[in-house]
Design a protein around this ligand. Structure first.
Ligand SMILES: *Cc1c(COP(=O)(O)O)cnc(C)c1O
Length: 368
């Protein structure tokens, strides 16, 4: 490759279209604390995503931490080792014990049977991830939550815009948390959100992200500063104008990879999980034993040729030093996640990636 091709490249609208937004901010001098763009983006996202209430955040991690606080989650929470480390870090910030359960080999999402087997008297919640934007087995998870009286907080950082047959995948569970980080499908530079089921929950979350302040003289909880600024909110309003166009471009890249890689021996493309509207946020492949070289050799050869895929999610969260002491983090407990982490490679996918470049990458993989 003449220019390095990274796993992703943030989508940016034309700069001149952002300038009027900045002028407005300069005019009204409201920079944060739920200003007009903040309100506008919340409304626009509710409409676009098809959800009732949304609370914007400075990033997805603070949103996760606040979601746990809002639901007063304590004790143990069952979660996936196959994710970005922020998922479990949010638990540790509350002194909650993460309990890792293994994943399903087809979707790489939490396996409901493994969730149920990990429940103890201390369990208060489940925190699954819609990995790569593929929906979890939400019905099975809700059934377990109902049976054992557990909360469900979805880390939906990958699932912006994803729909199942009933609508937005973000409507499931007690809360869903989004990330608008630069690397995500919809970005506000940095940003995040909590999707709430009702006005009361949104109000509590709005207070918690603003130090727990209720009014001038009342503070009800040790809240954090998690507010999204007007700069990020304004940028989000503009980004939303281009999201469908960007998703369509991603879809074409996804289709090109699938077409060229489906017959390559030893390469398995991850299928969708039955979603009605996908977001094509990632393009993971699994390098099996009958591929001529190992995953890491392929990774290295791609890099030597200017192509920079990522091994999401290797290492597993449960292998990091602050987690590996937990009994549930032992690899014998997580054989499917351990195998996936050894096999996975996420190929470059983003709206501005040339289909011809995706084709070159796929053909490179085919001839090793
Ligand atoms: C990106 C990501 C987060 C964290 O979001 P930030 O906005 O970067 O704080 C959390 N969980 C998962 C699965 C992610 O991919």
């Amino acid at each position: 490759m003449k220019k390095p091709i990274y796993v992703t490249q943030p989508y940016l609208p034309p700069l001149e279209e952002f300038l009027p937004f900045l002028e407005k901010i300069w005019d009204n001098k409201v920079l944060t604390n739920g200003g007009p763009f903040h309100q506008q983006l919340e409304e626009a996202l509710c409409e676009y995503l098809g959800v009732e209430y949304i609370s914007l955040f400075t990033n997805g991690t603070i949103a996760l931490v606040t979601a746990l606080q809002a639901l007063r989650v304590t004790g143990e929470v069952i979660t996936t080792p196959y994710s970005f480390v922020a998922t479990s870090h949010a638990l540790l910030w509350h002194g909650i014990k993460p309990v890792f359960a293994d994943i399903d080999p087809n979707t790489l999402n939490l396996d409901p049977a493994k969730i149920e087997a990990a429940i103890t008297p201390q369990t208060t919640a489940i925190m699954p991830v819609h990995c790569y934007g593929h929906p979890c087995d939400v019905d099975a998870i809700q059934k377990i939550a109902d049976n054992y009286n557990l909360k469900v907080i979805y880390d939906a950082a990958h699932a912006f815009g994803v729909q199942d047959t009933g609508g937005s995948v973000l409507r499931h569970g007690d809360l869903s948390v989004l990330s608008f980080h630069a690397t995500k499908v919809f970005n506000t530079f940095e940003g995040g959100a909590v999707v709430c089921p009702d006005a009361k929950t949104k109000q509590r979350i709005d207070q918690l992200k603003n130090f727990g302040i209720v009014n001038e003289s009342t503070v009800v909880a040790p809240g954090i500063n998690g507010k999204m600024s007007e700069f990020n909110a304004a940028f989000g309003v503009l980004q939303l104008k281009y999201i469908d166009q960007a998703s369509l471009l991603r879809k074409h890249v996804d289709a090109a990879y699938r077409d060229l890689l489906q017959s390559v021996k030893g390469i398995r493309c991850l299928n969708d999980a039955g979603e009605k509207v996908a977001n094509y946020s990632y393009f993971p492949i699994l390098v099996d034993a009958d591929y001529p070289i190992s995953r890491d050799d392929l990774y290295q050869r791609l890099k030597d040729n200017g192509i920079y895929p990522r091994r999401y999610f290797y290492p597993l969260i449960s292998d990091f030093p602050m987690y590996r002491g937990f009994l549930s983090a032992h690899r014998e407990n997580l054989p499917v996640a351990t195998a996936a982490a050894q096999q996975v490679l996420c190929l470059p996918i983003y709206p501005d990636l040339d289909i011809s470049v995706a084709g070159e990458i796929a053909r490179f993989i085919a001839v090793q």
